[in-house]
Design a protein around this ligand. Structure first.
Ligand SMILES: Cc1cc2nc3c(=O)[nH]c(=O)nc-3n(C[C@H](O)[C@H](O)[C@H](O)COP(=O)(O)OP(=O)(O)OC[C@H]3O[C@@H](n4cnc5c(N)ncnc54)[C@H](O)[C@@H]3O)c2cc1C
Length: 450
């Protein structure tokens, strides 16, 4: 009998340590890695240039790590998810694999793709197994008393903490080398153009080791002050782990493991934020209509969003005349990342003060963020637009000027990104904050009573 060989299909899990699919496959016998470049599909999913670049750099780093372990990585282009089943079957046959292992993805299109792949492989006598990797707790296992999915974060968190109290999921070690090291796989040199500017991603060095170094340094030096510092965009008070979590260079389990050694996991603001990420993953799984362009609260799809290409462009380019909004939007264009407080401020400004459809903003963020992640981005936008789970109540609209006073009190952040907002060439506000706030509340009220 030939030794069983397993094809490990990498997706949003570009690491060798704590990778359940890779770990389990390596215990079974020799492993071959596979990655499918789904350019067209990613474009449809509004991926931008920064996210693509970061992913390809991590794919290259992964191919080096795998090569050190003697594991080859095959990289193939398969533009659309609909063609994935044939591509995976072909790769499994080419490599003489009798099983395909992968870590689950929870968004609707990804689940449809995986269903098709599983059917075709089983039909052809190839075993397929999926593992839960992106989450601490499998979607569907954190339930309300009535047995449904949570739609409010606080009780979701409580239920998670109760389950996690039985034992935190332990990160898995990287697999043992399966032979002498081999040549790493070369990646395609010129991937197609994607939307978005070429941002300066130097804050995010590439690789699993870089992700770990960041986690360790954050936990050692900043985690205990995180609650006090995380809301101030002018200081480096957050972990900066989001791009690594998005492409899977680090896992939520690893963050919990290291973070919980520093402070109790059930009383940690940092780990609570990791649970927000978890929450939105459970939401996309439990309420797949959010993956298909709908508001979580479907009745809010009737809101009469305005159309104003000029105002939208001003928002995109950071020239709304509201300094804190413009500073955040310029940070996004220049660095591919935006501070969480400003994501909320900019998103509320677009959806409430400009009363433009939140989906336009969701798309723009996705096209520019290096950490672009459907579940967290959609969740954040729907929170800000008051259309989502546990959303901000529609009448509680941030005043961006007050937000700036509270969270950028000496104006450091604004000065960094827009210079002097009192200078004559700085734009005048494109909207009256008070009047537009009142108008938005009236629209939401009318919608609620119709
Ligand atoms: C409108 C809007 C859009 C967003 N889009 C994205 C996105 O595309 N990708 C993304 O990863 N995050 C998104 N977020 C969430 C949050 O802003 C970022 O995760 C955070 O700013 C990343 O920086 P950090 O790693 O330094 O976070 P930290 O403050 O150090 O938090 C640690 C980790 O917890 C998770 N996290 C923190 N806050 C949230 C949150 N509100 N929701 C979900 N997870 C969270 C992230 O994985 C983050 O890396 C969005 C938030 C809003 C309001």
């Amino acid at each position: 009998m030939p030794e069983p060989r397993t094809l490990v299909w990498f997706r949003a899990d570009l690491r060798v340590a704590d990778n359940p699919a890779l770990h389990t496959a390596a215990k079974r016998g020799p492993v071959v890695g596979l990655f499918l470049l789904a350019y067209e599909q990613w474009r449809e999913h509004d991926w931008g240039h920064n996210r693509l670049r970061f992913l390809l750099d991590h794919l290259s780093a992964l191919s080096h790590r795998l090569a050190e372990l003697g594991i080859p990585l095959r990289v193939r282009t398969c533009d659309r998810f609909a063609d994935a089943a044939q591509a995976v079957l072909r790769a499994a046959r080419d490599e003489g694999c009798d099983a395909v292992y992968c870590n689950r993805e929870y968004e609707w299109n990804e689940r449809q793709r995986d269903r098709g792949v599983a059917e075709l492989l089983r039909h052809n006598g190839i075993e397929i197994a999926g593992f839960d990797d992106q989450v601490l707790l499998r979607p569907g296992t954190v339930q309300t008393g009535a047995g449904g999915f949570f739609t409010v974060f606080t009780p979701f968190r409580k239920a998670c903490l109760k389950l996690l109290a039985d034992g935190l999921p332990q990160p898995l070690p990287e697999p043992a080398a399966q032979g002498p090291s081999i040549e790493p796989t070369a990646l395609p040199e010129s991937p197609p153009d994607f939307p978005g500017a070429d941002a300066d991603l130097s804050r995010f060095p590439v690789g699993e080791d870089a992700a770990h170094a960041r986690l360790e340094a954050f936990v050692a030096e900043q985690q205990v002050d995180y609650a006090a510092r995380r809301d101030f965009p002018g200081i480096d008070g957050t972990s900066g782990l989001s791009p690594y979590l998005a492409c899977g260079a680090i896992s939520a389990r690893q963050c919990f493991d290291v973070g919980a050694a520093r402070e109790p996991f059930d009383d940690s603001t940092f780990l609570t934020e990791i649970l927000w990420r978890e929450f939105y993953r459970h939401v996309v799984f439990g309420f797949p209509h959010v993956c298909r362009g709908h508001a979580f609260r479907r009745e809010t799809d009737r809101l009469p969003w305005r159309n104003d290409a000029e105002q939208f462009a001003a928002w995109q380019e950071g020239r709304t005349g509201i300094p804190i909004v413009d500073a955040g939007m310029r940070q996004l264009l220049a660095t591919g990342w935006m501070h969480n407080r400003l994501r909320m401020v900019a998103a509320m400004f677009l959806s409430k003060n400009l009363f433009l459809d939140w989906r336009l903003g969701e798309r723009h963020f996705m096209q520019h963020l290096v950490d672009g992640d459907f579940a967290s981005n959609n969740g954040g936008w729907q929170w800000s637009a008051s259309t989502g789970t546990d959303a901000a109540p529609y009448f509680r609209i941030f005043n961006p000027m007050r937000q700036a006073e509270r969270f950028d009190p000496d104006g450091t952040f604004v000065r960094t990104w827009v210079g002097d907002p009192s200078a004559p060439d700085y734009p005048r506000p494109i909207v009256d904050l008070d009047a537009s706030r009142r108008a938005a509340i009236e629209q939401f009220k009318a919608d609620a009573s119709s």
